[in-house]
Design a protein around this ligand. Structure first.
Ligand SMILES: [Zn+2]
Length: 239
């Protein structure tokens, strides 16, 4: 489904990733779980592209449900994979950064857990070679994404601002679905390396110029990042 100018959302269950196209070149942002290969192929077909058009895989952070098919894309396209420098060691080692999880439970969590088991999303598939990006870098890729480092979910967690497309991809720095408790609407992820840092990093998203917020989990939020951040902060108070 197209969610912004030349930005296609690829979605199944809790998994979101995005295809950003410009003049036949495609960037894949995040890479789901290992069992999500067909989602990618189908998404590319919807926008009239193939794997050969993929030039880069950008990873918002090193978590198993975001890097699942990154290595396969990287070697099959073939193309580059890139991640923030603070998450690189975890990506290369296929090792989850240390951290914790909010307590809670929902039936939705059970369904999502089963989906993760089925799609191999419980173990991170390492990427053997990746380049890095840093805060404020503007990448020479479709849509000219600007890197917004917003640590806390992981040390290298980033959002990507596609200003000319009016879209902010938040990865898991801001979600619209709590995959543990099943609650919807803008909020931080229930998984974190440093919870208070994840809340503080919302300030990095506040005020960014975009009309739609595209999260790592949950539905697109139609509104500005400031509106999404205000709701995420309110959800924190109510938590
Ligand atoms: Zn994550």
């Amino acid at each position: 489904m197209q969610v912004a100018d030349r930005i296609e959302r690829v979605n199944e269950s809790i998994v979101n990733f995005y295809l950003v196209e410009e003049a036949g070149r495609v960037t894949v942002v995040d890479a789901g779980m290992p069992g999500n290969w067909n989602l990618l192929v189908d998404g590319l077909a919807r926008i009239g592209r193939t794997l050969a058009d993929v030039e880069t895989v950008l990873l918002t952070h090193a978590h198993a449900d975001h890097v699942g098919i990154a290595e396969r894309i990287r070697t099959a396209a073939p193309c580059d994979a890139r991640i923030h420098e603070a998450d690189l060691e975890y990506l290369l080692a296929g090792k989850r950064p240390a951290g914790g999880i909010d307590r809670g439970f929902s039936l939705g969590m059970l369904r999502m857990g089963l989906y993760g088991l089925r799609k191999g999303g419980t173990r991170m598939a390492p990427v053997t070679e990746a380049a890095t990006f840093a805060h404020d870098d503007v990448l020479d890729l479709p849509g000219s994404p600007r890197v917004v480092h917003a640590p806390g979910h992981t040390p290298g967690a980033c959002a990507l601002l596609f200003e000319e497309r009016g879209a902010l991809m938040t990865g898991d720095t801001l979600n619209t679905l709590d995959v543990v408790r099943g609650r919807t609407g803008p909020r931080i992820s229930p998984f974190w390396s440093d919870r208070s840092m994840a809340v503080a990093s919302l300030a990095r998203l506040d005020g960014l110029p975009a009309r739609v917020v595209l999260p790592g989990h949950g539905e697109p939020f139609v509104g500005t990042p400031s509106e999404a951040v205000a709701l995420a902060r309110a959800a924190e108070k109510g938590a």
